[in-house]
Design a protein around this ligand. Structure first.
Ligand SMILES: [Zn+2]
Length: 163
């Protein structure tokens, strides 16, 4: 009787463990293969609005440019800003979003919008102009928490995106 009970408990624990595993697998599968979770979208949209309203407040205009979440990045880049034929686009890396969402919201969105403004205002001539002191001031005014170049990351693209 006791053995049977133990067996039952054991089987239940295994079943529970398997369902937790299954659920985790499903969640990460869904994250990889489907659209971005609603909560992420909401947070990103809210932050974007905040950055744009800071822009309006400090500079008297806003930018209407696409903010694209993509999983096509190579490597662990957080985000990047591209400029081609007068078109500015901001990309955020979906692959690092789960573990870096706070950083993306607190820092990356303002960081990339500051690059976008530099392009739009004509201050960008070479990639080396990217993290100038003017860029840094702009990033701070847009509400960035940590306005420095990402360590070891080159994230200004002045050509066609590779995807
Ligand atoms: Zn940058």
């Amino acid at each position: 009787m006791f053995i049977k009970k133990l067996e039952f408990i054991f089987a239940s624990v295994i079943l529970l463990a398997m369902s937790v595993l299954g659920l985790n697998y499903y969640k990460s599968y869904a994250f990889k293969n489907n659209d971005l979770p609603e909560s992420y979208k909401k947070h990103i949209e809210m932050k974007e609005k905040e950055v744009l309203s800071n822009m309006q407040k400090h500079y008297g205009f806003t930018l209407d440019i696409p903010l694209i979440v993509t999983d096509k990045f190579q490597g662990r880049l957080y985000g990047l800003t591209s400029y081609k034929n007068g078109q500015i686009k901001i990309y955020l890396n979906k692959k690092v979003m789960k573990e870096s969402m706070e950083y993306i919201l607190g820092t990356v969105i303002a960081h990339e919008y500051a690059h976008a403004m530099m392009f739009q205002q004509g201050y960008m001539h070479t990639k080396d102009d990217g993290h100038s002191s003017l860029w840094q001031k702009t990033c701070v005014k847009l509400g960035g928490e940590d306005c420095q170049q990402y360590v070891d990351q080159q994230e200004i693209i002045m050509s066609k995106m590779p995807f």
